[in-house]
Structure formats: structure tokens, C-alpha cells
Write a protein that binds this ligand. Structure first.
Ligand code: DGJ
Length: 482
């Protein structure tokens, strides 16, 4: 902010609720940590510092292995769980190159829609008469890891848990709690409530071969109270304690911080989890800006990015498999769909982009990320360059009809100036030229037709000429040092 005399200042604080904190004489209060970064190299410099810091100090994967490609069942089957069908989905997923199969919401007792059952963390034996184990074994036999969805901090008024313990709701006396998505929050400061969750989660993770937990949290803390006092901070600390204990008991298990999308994406929870779900808006066009926003603070390996349905469930927009595949490429990739309910061409697309992601994931998940400024505001470009500057992967996404008739060149930052690079066109839309029923004023740059080798300096300073792209298409370019 600017003071009246022109000096700039910055202030930061923990956002406590009124009356939430009272420090007695001699007592210490630990506020949340504040992370700050200064860079003389713009926002890319800032992001790269944050990414480096997180990789060195915060992100801890239980095993040092590549981030497995996911299939998450949510948008594929929602609450409609049939183990036989799920196992067929798993067969198909494995054949597409999926490495981790996750059963989303709908597996526990009475959970047939989102009006009921949160809190009742017992298997729905009507849906799964033989238990979860046959499905898990099937997934594992196919060579995939198994993951499952939970939302432990929540309680539906319509649940056995709420009927038994109506006083376990996080609330202040005299304030009538509204529901959000038909649910309230469970007060984790009540030891019996905490222990109940710990016992149920330990049952889930201890009695089943679970490798991964998608931990959701779909309601804000509204007037959260414990013993008549505001308790948002206390609630959050209990949530951390729960995750810490589970992490100690089940050290091989990875956790995703979900929260209906981006609601709980921060550095503190990242000391305990391994992936974020960036948004339930899985429209590839919108994901471009969502993911770009996230990249300011978080590296690609912790950002879940899924290929969704041809017709997006959030917006009903339709996108080609190429645009969806390329958009999901630059994160921790997954599929968010039912692979049995699509045609072979779609499936081939999933297979292709999963394979492309695996081919480049070492660079994507360990390299240096660059957002590239383009003069046309309808074009988004970014790239990732390996730490040794031997490989770089760049994408140009056209969000809307271009403002200008010609594309400006793509400069590729982060390469080694004195090295020579081979340019490879990895993926491009079907660009129709004049005379083929296409647009006027189109000509493909020479490098798209004849492979070229050029200097890093040239790529960084002059850049690569680009074809004019249609809205909602993208082009992927790889560079490799020769
Ligand atoms: C919200 C999440 O963001 C979705 O991915 C899905 O897990 C639903 N909750 C399930 O209720």
C-alpha cells in the first residue's frame, strides 16, 4: 500500500476471528507462517524461487517415483457405484496407461447423492456386497495403485453420525448454522469426534491396500465455534493433527488436498499432502487461466490436471481431445471420465496424451517453468526447461479469436544461449490453409515442415514464428540440445 507521504509499505497478518486468540502473560502464540519472495526478474523469477523453495523444503513424496497418471471416477460415474462396472473401468484405464485408479465419492453407507451420509464412514454394503477388497485387488493386479475419496471434516444433518451426536457440529451458540452443499462441519476439537475420525480413517487405510486418499472439504467455516469461542484456527490445527497422525501411521499413503477445487491450496497443507485439485471447473479453456494462476505459487507436479469429457460437465463447452490433452499435460496428469462410455477415437486420444505426458514428465515435474508474455492477449504461452537446459517443452494456447492477423514469434526463455537445439513439432491442430476450405492469410512457418536446428540465443531472443491458431486449439513444441 502507499502511505500519504508516498512511501510504500506491506503488512501481513493472521486472519483470526474476533476474540479467537487471547495470549496470557508468558504465553507464546504461533501464527501461521508467512512466505515472501523478492525477485528482480519479474513474476517468473518470483515463481521460480517459490517453486525451488517448495521442492527443497516443503514437498515430500513418500517415495521418489514419477507422479502416476490418474483416473478419478467422479465425473465418470458420480454416485453410481457398481463394483463390476468399476473393475471394467479399471481394465480400460490400465490399457490407456493409467497408473493410479481412484474411487471418488459414493462408496460409503447411504451416499447416493450429496444430501446424506457424510460422517458415516462405513462401506455401503448394498453397493459393495463383497467389500472393497476385490476391487482393490483387481486394480492392483492390473499394475495400478489404488486411491479413495473421503471428506472427513464434514457431516450431513442426514447421517447416522449427526443423529447420534448433534452436538459435534462446529458452531457458536445462538447462531443457526446454515448448510452448504447440505452439510455442516464436524468440530474436531471435541476429542470423541476427533477419535472417531481417526478410528474410521485408520480402518479405511489399515484394512485396505490404499495408496492414495483424495481428501475433500466442501464447506466454508461459518461462525465456527468451540466452547462458545471462535475456533477456525483451532479447527485447522486439529485437521493438521489428524493428517499428521495418519501420515505417521500410513507413511506410504499420498494425500490430495481437494476442497471442491481450489479451496485449500496453501504451503502449510502442502507439508502434509502431495497434490491439489485446482478446480471442479474442468473446461480446458478455463483450465488454461486457472492453471496459469496456480503456477505463480505452485510447481506443476502438485497440480492435478485432468482430461475431462468431450462436453465439459461444468460449462457444457466442447473441446477436441487435443486441446484437452495438451491442457492437462503440464500438471500431474489424470483422466476425469468413464473410459468405457466413449468411442475409440477419444480413447486413443487419452492413450496418446498419457504417453506424451509420461515421455515429458521428468522435465515437467522437475524443470523450470516460464510463463511467456505474448503481445496478443488471446494467446497464452508457457514452457518448462530441464534443469540442465538440455530439453524444453513449450505450449501456445489460443484462447479466443486472435486480436491480430499475425502471431508474434514465440520466445523460449531459459535455454542455454550458446547451445544448439533441435526443434520438434510435437502436437498441432489441423491447420487449414487457404484453398483447402481454410482461412485466408495463412502460411505455415518453415520449421513446421522441415526440422531445424538453431541456437539457444536465437530461440530466446528472436523466437520461433508461429502459425495463426484457431480459438481453443494449442500447439506443442519440444526443443532438445544437440
Ligand atoms: C468436490 C470435488 O472437487 C470433486 O472432485 C468430487 O470429489 C466431489 N467433491 C465429490 O463429492
Amino acid at each position: 500500500e502507499a502511505k500519504t507521504d508516498g512511501r510504500r509499505y506491506l503488512q501481513a497478518e493472521a486472519l483470526y476471528l474476533p476474540g479467537e486468540m487471547a495470549v496470557e502473560e508468558g504465553e507464546t502464540l504461533w501464527t501461521p507462517r508467512l512466505y515472501a519472495s523478492y525477485s528482480a526478474h519479474g513474476l517468473n523469477g518470483m515463481s521460480q524461487q517459490f517453486h525451488r523453495y517448495l521442492r527443497a523444503n516443503i514437498i515430500r513424496f513418500p517415495e521418489n517415483k514419477p507422479r502416476p497418471v490418474h483416473l478419478n471416477t467422479w465425473e465418470g460415474i458420480y454416485f453410481n457405484h457398481d463394483p463390476e462396472y468399476i473393475m471394467r473401468m479399471a481394465d480400460e484405464a490400465a490399457s490407456l496407461g493409467v497408473e493410479r485408479f481412484i474411487i471418488d465419492d459414493g462408496w460409503f453407507k447411504g451416499r447416493n447423492d450429496d444430501h446424506a451420509a457424510l460422517g458415516d464412514w462405513y462401506l455401503d454394503e448394498q453397493k459393495y456386497p463383497n467389500g472393497l477388497t476385490p476391487v482393490i485387488n483387481h486394480v492392483k493386479d492390473l499394475g495400478m495403485e489404488f486411491g479413495i475419496w473421503v471428506e472427513p471434516e464434514m457431516i450431513n444433518p442426514n447421517s447416522d453420525l449427526c443423529r447420534a451426536h448433534p452436538d459435534w457440529v462446529l458452531a457458536l451458540p445462538g447462531y443457526e448454522q446454515a448448510t452448504g452443499r447440505h452439510q455442516w462441519v464436524l468440530n474436531l476439537n471435541i476429542p470423541a469426534a476427533f477419535d472417531y475420525l481417526l478410528e474410521r480413517m485408520s480402518w479405511l487405510l489399515g484394512e485396505h491396500q490404499v495408496d492414495y486418499v483424495k481428501w475433500d472439504m466442501n464447506r466454508e467455516l461459518v461462525q465456527p465455534g468451540h466452547n462458545g469461542k471462535a475456533a477456525a484456527d483451532a479447527q485447522t490445527r486439529q485437521f493438521y493433527r489428524l493428517l499428521d497422525i495418519l501420515g505417521e501411521r500410513f507413511p506410504h499413503v499420498e494425500f490430495e488436498s481437494c476442497s471442491s477445487g481450489g479451496g485449500r491450496i496453501d504451503y502449510e497443507v502442502l507439508t502434509r499432502c502431495h497434490r491439489f485439485w485446482a478446480s471442479d471447473n474442468n473446461d480446458a479453456l478455463e483450465r488454461n487461466t486457472i492453471q496459469r494462476g496456480m503456477s505463480y505459487f505452485f510447481p506443476p507436479e502438485v497440480m492435478g490436471a485432468h482430461i475431462g469429457h468431450h462436453k465439459c460437465h461444468a460449462t457444457f463447452r466442447q473441446h477436441s481431445i487435443a486441446f484437452r490433452g495438451l491442457t492437462a499435460l503440464f500438471g500431474h496428469m489424470g483422466l476425469e471420465l468413464d473410459p468405457l462410455a466413449v468411442d475409440e477415437q477419444e480413447r486413443e486420444g487419452y492413450r496418446h496424451y498419457a504417453a506424451l505426458h509420461k515421455q515429458w514428465r521428468e522435465v515437467i515435474h522437475h524443470g523450470t517453468q516460464w510463463r511467456v508474455d505474448m503481445p496478443d492477449s488471446t494467446t497464452l504461452a508457457q514452457g518448462i526447461v530441464s534443469a540442465d537446459q538440455r530439453q524444453g517443452l513449450f505450449i501456445v494456447s489460443q484462447m479466443a479469436m486472435p486480436d491480430y492477423t499475425l502471431m508474434m514469434p514465440l520466445r523460449m526463455p531459459g535455454l542455454a544461449a550458446n547451445a544448439r537445439y533441435r526443434i520438434t513439432l510435437l502436437d498441432h491442430p489441423n491447420i487449414r490453409l487457404t484453398g483447402e476450405g481454410g482461412h485466408t492469410m495463412r502460411k505455415l512457418p518453415a520449421w513446421m515442415e522441415t526440422p531445424q536446428t538453431v541456437s539457444g540465443e536465437w530461440l530466446m531472443q528472436a523466437g520461433l514464428a508461429l502459425p495463426v491458431l484457431d480459438p481453443e486449439t494449442a500447439i506443442l513444441i519440444g526443443v532438445e540440445r544437440v
